[in-house]
Each structure stands twice: as C-alpha cells, then as structure tokens.
Design a protein around this ligand. Structure first.
Ligand SMILES: [Zn+2]
Length: 527
C-alpha cells in the first residue's frame, strides 16, 4: 500500500503546478489517475511496465504528460508521427514555459549538437521529435547517457497502421526504446481496438504487458434528458422553477442568445439570479462571472462554449443545451460540467424540431435507442449499462407543452383567431374559451413564437394579410388526432415498461418536472 502522506504530498504538488503553471483549477478523474500513476512509477526500483492510455481526441491529453514532465526525475521524450502535431505540442510547451528542445529533419550537425547539449545539462525537460530522428546515432548516444523518465508515443495507433506500411521508421521505435534507459513508456491513442493493442504489445511492449488506462467519457451520475419544445425560453423557465436543478448552466450557440435568453428567464423568474457569459466580455468581467458562478448556490449562467474546460465549478446540478452542441464530444464535455461533485445531475437538451441533421441529433431524437449507448458508441467507447436516460427510464415524451392548447383552440374556432388574439386568449384566465388562460404562465412573445413555429411546421395555417386568421387543414386535423393517439400510446407503453422493470425511481426523473397548468388540463381532456 502506498504511503498516504506521500500520496497527499504528490496531490498537493500536482494541484500547485496545475494552478500556477497551467492556470487550470481541476483535472478530470482520468487525468488525475494517469498523472498520479506516472509520477508514482518514476523510480528506478519500479518495474516500469509502461501504459497504454486510451483517450478520446480533445480529451485533455497533453496535460497528462506535460505536468508529470515537471515532476519526474529525468527527461521526457515526446515522439510524434506528424510534423504538425510536433509543432502543436511545441506551441503548448511555450505557452506554459516548459524548457524543451526539438530534433527534427533539416537541422545541421552543429545545430543538433548544441540542442543535445541542453539535454545533457538538464537545461531542457522535454525532447520533441519523430520516429525518423529517434533513429539518429547522435541522438541515441546522447539519450543512452541520461535518465529518461518518460517516453511518450503520441497517436500510438499510427505505429501499427503506418509503421507496417509507408512509415517503417515508426516500427523501429520499439527496438530503439528497448536499448535506451527508459523508465516508463506511455502510448497515447484515441483508438484501442484489438488490432492496435496487440500491435503495441508486439512492437513496443514485447516483454511486459502494459497497464491499460481507458479514459471513458461515461459519467454515470449524469442522466440524459430531452425535452421537445415550442418555446425554449418557456421550457427553461419551467425547468428552473425547480430549485433542485440549481445552480444550472445553459449552453447557447451564440453570444446574442445567451443575453436574450438570460433576460427572458429573469423576466419569468425574477427571484433567481441570472447572468450571461461569452467571449465578448472583458477578461475581468469573465473572471468575476466565473467566481460568481463558483460561489452561487442557486444561480443560472447562460454561456457560449467560451465557458471553457479550464473552469471548474463543482456543484452544477443541471446543464441545459439551449442548442445542440457541435458534435458528440462537445456535447459530452458540456454535459460533463454538471455533477462534478459526483452527485446526481441532469443534462437536458431542448429540441424544437429545427435541429440540423447530425450524428448527435439522431442520437438525442431517438425514442428507442439509449442515449448513453449512442453517445459512447459515437466516441468508440465501450458501453456497459445505462445509469439513466429518457429511453431507459421510459420517460420519453413527444409532447410539446402548449402545442395541444394552440392546435385545439384553432381546431374549435377555425378562421377566428389571429396569432396575437390567440396568444392573448391562451393567456387570459378570465375568458370563456375552453383553453383560455391555459398558457398564462408563458410570456406573450413565447406563445406567439410557438404559434409561428407551428405555422412553419405546417401544422397551422394562416390566411394572408390583412386577415391573418388561423386554421388547420383537414390533413393536419388527421395528424393532430394521430399524434394524440401516439401520445397516449407512448404514455401507456412507458408506464407499462416502468411497471415491468419495477426499478427504483432516479432522483431526477422527467416525471418530477411538473407539466404546466395548460398541459395538465390537456392531459385530462385527452384522457
Ligand atoms: Zn439509456
């Protein structure tokens, strides 16, 4: 067993470097795991079997070796398959002022000798190079004389896929490493199928089996939830009325949306503290907001993706995606901002039917396939079980709040309402219409937006100006009746599934979100 004091000391060292050198306030669990392991293994006595670290692209990989390079005794050698990757890494090293040298093609003897001298004198902590240069006798001679704590093979799958083809130098890396005094060999790769793993065992680790670290994007304390909506602002207000979803982070696709949505929420829930955050704000403003959000117990922050990975707020209970993220990785990273304290948290995506087709959209639009399974498979990660999503919880809902009230009102009174008179009627609790006042908790603008969306979708029609009266054509009536039928069928199937599984309810479950007044009436009328 490891000495506990030593572990704490190491943790402190890592935290200090993280904040002072890298200006990052926390690590992902797998980053901490990898970094801690690397530093702990850095002694002459350890058996140095090496590690294969499987990490999705963009998952915070370079920190996993940059930070240890400052804590281990010897130097760190980084081997890249591509010049562009070498230069990317050099840029990162410069940003955090880690002394390095780069051995690459096109350098003169004299130039290289001067650089290699810096390795001998420990003036450089890191050597960045490629497989071809690693074969140079001058470099091998120098490396043989110094302590190499870490030898990192980045994008290690290329050793297998290219090394046995057009880049034979990649395949010679293994034998060279075995003749060098390397304490730990680390292979980083985004893909770890059997072929790659067996290939790495054969070429890089022929004697000992490496330690396999698979960094998963799966966050079991996060439940994935989707809400179909006619008004995103209305849905956000409806959700955030529940205090157990606060503090909440709402990701928007544009700066303007963070501002307009924040104002709309403030109007709906004046007691909740609401702020917005984007790259257009000054550095000081952003710092202030980061601190505010870190300290708030019940605040809501509307942010663009500028609310970056380096910012760590532990107790976010819910991340709402006002708009769908760019891709699955961004979605998982954004969702992953929730529940970093390990307690249950929600990732909620709002869909208004205007989503562009994408792999992420089709995962979240599914009513049959587990969201988590889809997300992990898209990342080429293994899926074991789902700890909570709408599909597995039987809480899929195709119902959009307010839709039935709007459509049924128009159906009962064709050519009677204009968009604004319909919106007023749905908000007026004193009227005599059967759906009068059912959307009284909505803002006027939100009801009108919902009506316009239904017109865009072709579910509602409107006479041309100046009349602007709303009506539903006979095809839409049929669709409306079919939709009502499917709502009921889905409700029945979901109840049946739940009863069959008889599993305990998760703390954050769709049914805990109270339907608005309007729709509870509608459910009754439909039943
Ligand atoms: Zn699931």
């Amino acid at each position: 067993m490891k000495d506990e004091t030593a572990t704490h000391f190491l943790e402190d060292q890592i935290n200090l470097l993280l904040q002072e050198r890298f200006n990052i306030h926390s690590l992902y669990p797998f980053q901490r795991l990898v970094i801690q392991r690397i530093v702990e293994e850095d002694s002459e006595e350890s058996n140095h079997e090496g590690s294969v670290v499987v990490l999705p692209t963009g998952g915070g990989k370079s920190l996993c070796f940059m930070l240890p390079s400052l804590l281990v005794e010897g130097i760190t050698v980084l081997v890249y398959p591509l010049l562009s990757l070498m230069h990317d890494q050099i840029r990162r090293l410069k940003e955090v002022s880690i002394p390095y040298i780069c051995i690459q093609g096109g350098q003169s003897h004299q130039e290289r000798n001067l650089l290699l001298e810096k390795l001998k004198t420990k003036e450089a902590r890191i050597l960045v190079t490629n497989a071809e240069c690693l074969c140079l006798p001058a470099l091998i001679n120098t490396l043989a004389q110094i302590t190499i704590s870490l030898l990192v093979l980045d994008e290690a799958h290329t050793i297998i896929s290219w090394g046995e083809g057009f880049r034979p130098a990649l395949a010679t890396v293994g034998p060279i490493i075995q003749h060098l005094p390397v304490r730990q060999v680390l292979c980083f790769t985004a893909t770890a199928d059997e072929r790659v793993l067996q290939g790495l065992n054969r070429l890089i680790f022929p004697i000992t089996r490496p330690h396999l670290i698979h960094a998963s994007s799966n966050r079991t304390n996060i439940t994935y939830h989707v809400i179909r909506t006619l008004s995103k602002n209305q849905s956000i207000a409806g959700l955030l009325r529940q205090e157990n979803l606060l503090p909440a982070l709402v990701f928007c696709s544009t700066r303007k949306l963070t501002e307009t949505s924040a104002h709309s929420l403030l109007y709906a829930l004046p007691d909740v503290s609401v702020r917005y955050y984007h790259a257009g704000l000054t550095k000081d403003e952003r710092r202030y907001l980061e601190k505010w959000f870190n300290d708030t117990k019940n605040g809501v922050l509307f942010a663009t993706k500028a609310f970056g990975m380096g910012i760590d707020v532990k107790g976010i209970r819910c991340v709402i995606h006002h708009d769908l993220s760019e891709d699955v990785l961004s979605f998982l990273q954004e969702s992953g901002r929730a529940g970093r304290d390990g307690k249950p948290a929600l990732s909620i995506s709002l869909l208004d039917g205007r989503e562009k087709p994408s792999p992420l959209a089709s995962i979240l639009q599914s009513t049959e396939h587990c969201f988590r399974k889809g997300l992990l498979e898209a990342m080429n990660e293994p899926f074991e079980y789902c700890s909570g999503c709408d599909v597995c919880n039987g809480s899929i809902s195709l119902k959009r709040q307010g839709e039935r009230a709007i459509l049924m009102s128009v159906l009962s009174h064709p050519f009677h309402f204009s968009p604004s008179s319909l919106a007023s009627m749905l908000q007026d609790t004193n009227g005599w219409y059967s759906y009068g006042g059912t959307l009284s908790s909505w803002g006027m603008q939100e009801v009108q937006e919902a009506i316009m969306l239904l017109i865009t979708e072709g579910k509602l029609h409107m006479l041309k100006r100046p009349k602007r009266r709303l009506y539903i054509d006979y095809k839409a009536v049929a669709t409306l009746l079919t939709t009502m039928h499917s709502w009921l069928r889905l409700k029945y199937e979901s109840a049946k599934k739940k009863a069959e599984e008889n599993r305990p309810q998760l703390p954050y479950h769709a049914s805990s979100i109270p339907p608005d007044q309007g729709d509870s009436n509608l459910q009754d009328s439909a039943g």
